[in-house]
Design a protein. Structure first.
Length: 454
């Protein structure tokens, strides 16, 4: 038998304020489910304003799977309540927030919470639920499924054992992009790794993929690139991994192979400043890279040390210069409000920007994210955490909405952001609201209506 599965990526419909990227986790689960014979539809609320209830009524799914980040937990609770008022089938959730707080999520109304990598568990769950009557009073057999949480017959939230299985990325199918409404996305993207090997204190990229990072093999990556060009022709691709390959030799060898076979691809990649040198940049350009993105975060070494970034401001400055000399467009992300320094430290990035002139400057305010060091030990860093009703304010893309720091006020952060805007305009930058495809120097802050495409 087979089930009808609706997968929903729950997110606020930001209309220009976030990057329009495929939710890869949802896409891979949908591909696996379809390959297993199930009928699947996807609703990505980040880019699609279709009411979820409309899709539920037209599709009549047997199972609804929800994925959401902590910043969408408030919207998720509202969505769950809406679904339960119109729908009697099974509701499953997964993703970062669910993996961090599975018991709270099942108490919030879902029938089953999936902890960790969904590929390990989801197909097993669909097989278990297929044909079961919808009474949602679980018998003991469900406890044999690892990595889930549910409410038992006595009303207790139960977390089953963890088997610590990790997904072999080479064994995953190539994500079927036709499951999405591709016209809603700015470009195609690819993800080739799980978990970042670094542990920056503001980042929770390890959840739900476990704390042991791994990458696809170069052969598996190349097969996906060939699939994309065979299916869609020439394309501009966003390489969504936190770091473009982890091993230097593998990184260089892959670039040489990609340059040799001459696929009709140009791409944007993210790298750490401390891995950039002339040899790598020349290899990237030859392979078709047209833009490099740096998570610079701060121009203050004191703040960078507090953030456990393991990169110095001087390394960021040097990396931007090397890329610019090679003709690569550069983008830098900066976070205002990180702990470790006062007003003067928060503004030190402006000196680096003035000396190096990265093409794109994205200035966001720091927010503490669940699962990070800055969240787990907030008091130590002078951070006051929001309650769960303010989770939706934990976004880099909108204006700060909470008095969270004892070292900077909201007024201080607004002042810093305005100083960034004024100085960038003096340097000849235009905002994302004013820029077009020919603009050489562009900036964005939380005060703009639109942000970059990537």
């Amino acid at each position: 038998m087979a089930v009808k599965l609706l997968l929903v990526n729950i997110s606020k419909f930001w209309s220009g304020r976030t990057y329009k990227e495929y939710p890869h986790g949802v896409g891979i689960l949908a591909t696996l489910a379809r390959n297993a014979g199930h009928e699947v539809k996807i609703l990505d609320m980040a880019v699609d304003a279709t009411p979820v209830e409309k899709l539920v009524r037209s599709f009549s799914p047997d199972v609804i799977g929800l994925s959401f980040l902590s910043m969408s937990w408030k919207i998720a609770r509202e969505t769950i309540a809406l679904l339960k008022s119109i729908y009697s089938g099974y509701i499953i959730s997964g993703g970062v927030h669910t993996s961090l707080y599975p018991l709270e999520v099942v108490r919030g109304g879902v029938d089953i919470a999936v902890v960790g990598e969904g590929e390990v568990t989801m197909i097993k769950l669909l097989k278990y639920l297929d044909g079961k009557p919808i009474n949602k009073i679980w018998n003991s057999s469900i406890a044999q499924i690892s990595n889930i949480a549910y409410i038992n017959g006595e009303g207790e939230a139960i977390l089953t054992n963890s088997n610590h299985d990790s997904v072999n990325l080479d064994e995953l199918p190539i994500m079927d992009r036709s499951l999405f409404s591709t016209e809603l996305y700015a470009h195609h993207s690819i993800l080739t790794s799980r978990v970042c090997p670094y542990k920056c204190n503001f980042c929770c990229s390890w959840a739900p993929g476990g704390k042991n990072g791994r990458m696809m093999s170069p052969e598996r990556i190349m097969s996906e690139l060939k699939y994309l060009t065979n299916t869609y022709g020439s394309l501009n691709l966003y390489w969504g991994d936190e770091i473009f390959f982890w091993d230097r030799e593998e990184r260089l060898n892959f670039c040489k192979k990609l340059a040799h076979i001459r696929l009709p691809i140009t791409f944007t990649a993210q790298v750490r400043a401390d891995i950039v040198d002339n040899e790598l940049v020349q290899a990237l350009v030859a392979a078709g890279c047209v833009k490099i993105c740096f998570g610079a975060e701060s121009g203050s070494d004191d703040i960078l040390r507090t953030a456990n970034k393991h990169i110095s401001a001087a390394q960021t400055e040097q990396a931007i210069k090397i890329c610019a000399q090679a003709g690569l467009r550069t983008k830098t992300w900066w976070l205002v409000g990180l702990p470790g320094g006062g007003m003067e430290h928060q503004l030190m990035a402006l000196d680096i920007i003035e000396r190096t002139r990265p093409n794109e400057v994205a200035v966001h305010q720091f927010v503490p994210l669940p699962g990070t060091e800055f969240w787990n030990n907030a008091e130590q860093y002078g951070i006051s955490l929001p309650n769960e009703n303010l989770m939706d304010t934990l976004t880099y893309y909108a204006d700060i909405a909470g008095e969270w720091f004892n070292y900077l006020s909201i007024a201080d952060i607004h002042n810093i952001l305005r100083q960034y805007e004024a100085h960038l305009r003096e340097l000849g930058y235009v905002s994302t609201d004013e820029a077009d495809e020919h603009s050489m120097y562009v900036y964005t802050t939380p005060f703009q209506k639109s942000t970059f495409n990537v």
